[in-house]
Design a protein around this ligand. Structure first.
Ligand SMILES: NC(=O)c1ccc[n+]([C@@H]2O[C@H](COP(=O)([O-])OP(=O)(O)OC[C@H]3O[C@@H](n4cnc5c(N)ncnc54)[C@H](O)[C@@H]3O)[C@@H](O)[C@H]2O)c1
Length: 719
């Protein structure tokens, strides 16, 4: 052994071949953390000292290659000044280029994921041999930054500017075969033979069967593009990518800019350019927020893992109700490999539910994401039924019948009687208290809430609701079943609206008050969409359904009259009374026509304006900024209440809940991250302007205390 560290070891194989092995101690996967980077340098120094070396292999000691840089260290790095960040990057690039410049051929053995910095180190080698299941890519732009260890320099020189732009701007992972086609790897072999094949390839290079010097020259010299070609390639893609990613996500365009500026330069000049652009991107709030979201997601996974340590996965489930939600849950369960009985009271509904599942599966087959065989298997694992006859074989049931307490209680009692004693029973109610519903069952400890979002197959969040009597074991089973379905579970204590709807309705109230002050609903939508929401509040109410919104709003108002009540008539109520139910009957705030693809397209008509107009109490001068604060402050204050009342355990869970359940803009990372960034003092001064509207705009005492003592919701990391 020539070198043995905690992350790297260097060994001399026979015949002058050096093997640099990445094997990060006590971790299941390799990532470049500070320690690994330090040792990468020490390993290089060791390698350089050896005489008689003929070639170098770079390999992994894990069951996988290298996932990239350690993202948990990113937020610390982002605190550096641009200049500090640039010199940090250049010092690491010097190590990377040091490997590339060794006076003999080199090969990377890619035995799994090689992402970000993991792919960048492989790119410094002359050749790359990948296992058939390996995937390579540069996903940095998804975190709001660009590749910073030579990725935008070496990749275009290796696979051409067009493909490199596609890979880097999209951040996608690429399968080994695709990488081989484009020349990003030089061979794909059986996974178990990756190392052996890389060694064989290295011998060929040593023998001169392949011209490693020419390959190296290609990677280190300017791109072969003349000025006009360069203009056309880069300018065209920048315009296209800017249109796709939008103004809040500058990194994909910046990555192309880095490739463009570096294209006609030497490697080292191009790397300096890349470092400068990286440093600029790392200082954007988008990068900070996207990293925060990544860490938040990791945190949720950690929490779920801990909760389910002793629990058992669901083997066979049942869903009650074959409607929009029941059908969606059955589909999701079956396509995730958990067979399901779907019970309804009418055969017609069962047929509708099955047809809906078949439609979704067909789409997957059409786009080749599923084979017809698998589709048949999934369909066969949904058993439509009108009876409880087979329920003894079910260990988990999700109730998704009509939103009516009496009906639900009766259905839950019947179901419980048909189930084995240890089965978990969950309700997908959106508005009824889980503790109240548990009054109707004999084993309330086995009863929980499981709140899915519509459409189930698309929405990633499931709120797992703990009623007063729900046991930890039942909660763990709910968390596990949600994870089995590929969803992200967040545990929430029982309260009206749980977390997501509880903070959504104050936001809607903010909107209804704006209308009373003469705001144009179309303008409010535009302002909020520009702020980053996928749709503004009027459009969202139309999509959710004005009737559904009206029903839930009445419940929330009864539960929290000081914040969610409304004196007099509001626009939601009038729309409801006039049977403008939104998209479902083609008229609400907007009216809907089918576009050429058969999708509902919103159009603006006078009708909605004439309904809203009589409700205007005064015409206030409202800037776009006012509109944002009037919409967002009620959501923030209610979120703070949820945290203070321990409805949810941590700010990061609230932030992630709103991202995954409501589509809160990822580049803002969540309501509390937004509050941290704007600052509680500024928010309080904005809230004060609207205090005549009541508690909706009143900070809680804890918020005031946090403001006075300069505290943040996210103290440092994501937790
Ligand atoms: N639609 C949403 O956006 C949404 C989102 C989250 C939660 N939810 C909740 O999910 C539940 C279902 O909502 P939905 O939108 O799917 O309603 P839906 O009206 O589309 O479906 C309800 C289904 O339940 C069936 N049903 C009624 N009584 C039954 C019984 N005794 N046994 C078995 N089936 C019975 C009906 O025939 C119907 O097929 C409600 O509690 C709702 O609040 C809905």
């Amino acid at each position: 052994m020539l070198y043995q560290g905690q992350a790297f070891r260097v060994e001399m194989l026979s015949e002058g071949i050096i093997n640099v092995v990445f094997d990060l101690k006590d971790q299941s996967a390799n990532v470049f953390n500070a320690l690994a980077l330090k040792e990468l340098n020490e390993a290089l120094a060791t390698v350089k000292k050896q005489s008689g070396v003929q070639g170098l292999l770079f390999s992994s000691g894990k069951d996988g290659f290298v996932f990239g840089a350690d993202i948990t260290e990113f937020l610390q790095h982002f605190k550096k000044t641009e200049e500090e960040m640039k010199s940090w990057l250049l010092s690491i690039n010097a190590i990377f280029s040091g490997y590339e410049d060794l006076p003999y051929p080199s090969v990377a053995a890619i035995n799994g994921f090689a992402l970000g910095g993991g792919f960048e180190i492989a790119l410094t080698m002359d050749y790359r041999i990948a296992g058939s299941k390996a995937q390579v890519g540069l996903p940095e732009t998804k975190l709001g930054i660009i590749p910073g260890w030579g990725g935008t320099v070496r990749l275009p020189r290796l696979i051409g500017a067009d493909h490199a732009i596609d890979w880097v701007a999209s951040g996608k992972y690429n399968k080994a075969d695709e990488a081989l086609k484009l020349g990003a790897v030089d061979g794909v072999v059986d996974d178990a033979k990756t190392f052996e094949a890389a060694l064989t390839f290295l011998h060929r290079a040593i023998k001169g069967d392949v011209d490693w010097k020419a390959r190296r020259a290609q990677k280190t010299s300017p791109l072969r593009l003349d000025k006009i070609e360069s203009m056309m390639t880069f300018e065209g893609s920048k315009a296209f990518v800017a249109g796709m990613s939008g103004p809040h996500y500058p990194a994909p365009v910046a990555a192309i800019e880095s490739m463009q500026q570096g294209a006609r330069k030497t490697r080292d000049e191009a790397i300096t350019i890349e470092a400068g652009i990286f440093a600029k991107m790392a200082k954007t709030s988008t990068a900070e927020c996207l990293v925060q979201v990544f860490l938040g997601d990791q945190y949720l996974k950690k929490v779920a893992k801990k909760l389910t340590r002793d629990s058992t996965p669901t083997k066979h489930a049942a869903v009650l109700g074959a409607g929009i939600m029941g059908g969606g849950i059955a589909y999701q369960s079956a396509s995730s490999g958990v067979g399901v009985h779907m019970k309804d009271i009418t055969p017609g509904q069962l047929e509708l539910g099955m047809n809906e599942a078949a439609k979704l599966l067909n789409k997957l087959v059409e786009i080749k994401k599923m084979t017809p065989d698998k589709m048949a298997k999934v369909i066969a694992s949904i058993t439509p039924t009108l009876s409880y006859a087979d329920f003894k074989a079910c260990d988990f049931v999700v109730e998704a019948v009509v939103e009516n307490e009496k009906v639900k209680k009766a259905v839950l009692a019947e179901t419980e009687a048909a189930l084995p004693d240890n089965a978990v029973l969950a309700s997908n109610t959106s508005t009824i208290s889980i503790t109240k519903l548990s009054e109707g069952v004999k084993r309330p400890e086995n009863f929980i809430g499981m709140h899915f979002f519509n459409p189930v197959h698309k929405m990633p969040l499931v709120e797992i609701i703990r009623g007063k009597k729900s046991s930890d074991a039942a909660i763990a089973r709910g968390v596990q079943y949600a994870a089995q379905m590929g969803k992200t579970p967040i545990v929430v204590n029982d309260c009206p609206g749980f977390l997501v709807n509880r903070v959504l309705f104050p936001y809607f109230n903010g909107f209804l008050f704006l209308l009373e002050d003469g705001a144009d609903f179309q303008k409010v939508d535009k302002v909020m969409e520009k702020w980053g929401w996928p749709m503004g509040p009027a459009y969202l109410l139309d999509v959710v359904g004005i009737d559904t919104g009206h029903h839930a709003s009445a419940i929330m108002a009864a539960e929290f009259p000081d914040r969610m009540g409304f004196k007099g008539v509001n626009a939601l109520q009038v729309m409801y009374e006039q049977k403008r139910f939104g998209q479902k009957n083609n008229k609400g705030f907007y009216e809907y026509e089918l576009d050429k693809k058969g999708k509902p397209k919103k159009v603006v008509t006078e009708a909605a304006y004439s309904i809203v107009k009589p409700l205007i109490k005064q015409t206030a001068a409202l800037s776009d900024e006012d509109i944002v604060y009037r919409m967002m402050l009620p959501m923030l204050i209610e979120s703070a209440r949820c945290l203070e009342e321990k409805i949810v355990a941590s700010p990061v869970e609230v932030d992630m809940g709103l991202l995954l359940g409501l589509g809160f803009p990822p580049f803002r990372a969540g309501i509390f991250k937004w509050a941290d960034m704007v600052g509680l003092e500024k928010l309080q001064s904005e809230a004060k302007k609207w205090q005549h509207l009541g508690k909706l705009y009143e900070f809680t005492p804890t918020m005031l205390e946090m403001m006075k003592t300069n505290q943040k919701y996210h103290a440092g990391g994501a937790q």
